[in-house]
Design a protein around this ligand. Structure first.
Ligand SMILES: Nc1ncnc2c1ncn2[C@@H]1O[C@H](COP(=O)(O)OP(=O)(O)OP(=O)(O)O)[C@@H](O)[C@H]1O
Length: 245
């Protein structure tokens, strides 16, 4: 069943059409990669899914109802950089979403409840290979470790959909390959829906179950926005267990 339905969606900035009449249905538990030339509106589309930007025309349905007007815990997000809190330790970065989930008014959580939360955070850190770095601060981590922390922080909130905006583009090829394996494993385990924007076509096919291509027909014509020009299913049998094609 469709978790996200994008219907007749337009985005126009200062008389320039960025996205033109997009229609897209995203089924639950799929991994959708969105690729396209720079400036075609990939991030704009993702920001709409986060409720950071509102469409000029059209609608987005989430689980059959209008997308909430504000970001919610059901939609986790990881950006290229700066997704984590620099002033919190690795453990506290992952603990924070659990505390927010459990406590509407930010009061101190004590005793066995806090112990259980810490255990949950430690388990997640173990999952992404950061348990030994629990007491460090983000500035003391490599780029790959920071992105693993950002993934852990997003996943611990148990979102129904994870939105990834070029999350691995700043990483060197070796670190990137490792984090592809991790992302693929986490997606397999959680079976959550993922929408990922990337410039990297091989990454799009390596991780995605479906690749959407956005393109403007005429780059210089402000009246023509980007449309979906290709919608390519990626057959799981073309991949290995590690996500490699
Ligand atoms: N808030 C805004 N106001 C005006 N124009 C905007 C705004 N946000 C984005 N744009 C314009 O919309 C277009 C699409 O931007 P967007 O960042 O979505 O593209 P993109 O495909 O993600 O690009 P890239 O691959 O380079 O990150 C660009 O021309 C950009 O300048």
């Amino acid at each position: 069943m469709s978790l996200i339905q994008i219907k007749d969606l337009w985005q126009i900035y200062n008389d320039r059409v960025v996205l033109e009449n997009l229609n897209l249905s995203i089924v639950e538990k799929s991994f959708v990669s969105i690729v396209g030339p720079s400036g075609c509106g990939k991030t704009t589309l993702l920001r709409m899914l986060m409720s950071e930007v509102f469409c000029t025309r059209g609608s987005i349905l989430f689980d059959g109802t209008n997308l909430p007007k504000e970001p919610t815990r059901e939609r986790g997000v990881v950006f290229q950089r700066y997704s984590v809190f620099p002033h919190l330790s690795v453990l506290d970065n992952v603990l924070l979403p659990i505390e927010l989930r459990s406590c509407r008014i930010l009061g101190k959580i004590l005793g066995s409840r806090r112990y259980n939360m810490k255990e949950e955070a430690r388990t997640m850190l173990d999952h992404v290979g950061l348990l030994r770095a629990a007491t460090l601060y983000p500035a003391q981590l490599s780029g790959g470790m920071q992105q693993r922390l950002a993934l852990a922080q997003a996943l611990i909130a148990k979102p129904r959909v994870l939105l990834l905006d070029e999350p691995f583009s700043a990483l060197d090829p070796g670190t990137r390959a490792d984090i592809h394996v991790l992302t693929n494993r986490l997606w397999e385990e959680t079976k959550m829906t993922v929408v990922m924007v990337t410039h990297d076509i091989s990454e799009a096919f390596r991780l995605g179950t479906r690749v959407i291509v956005l393109e403007r027909p005429l780059a210089d014509d402000p009246t023509k926005g980007a449309r979906i020009t290709h919608d390519i299913p990626v057959h799981p049998r073309t991949k290995t267990k590690t996500g490699a094609i």
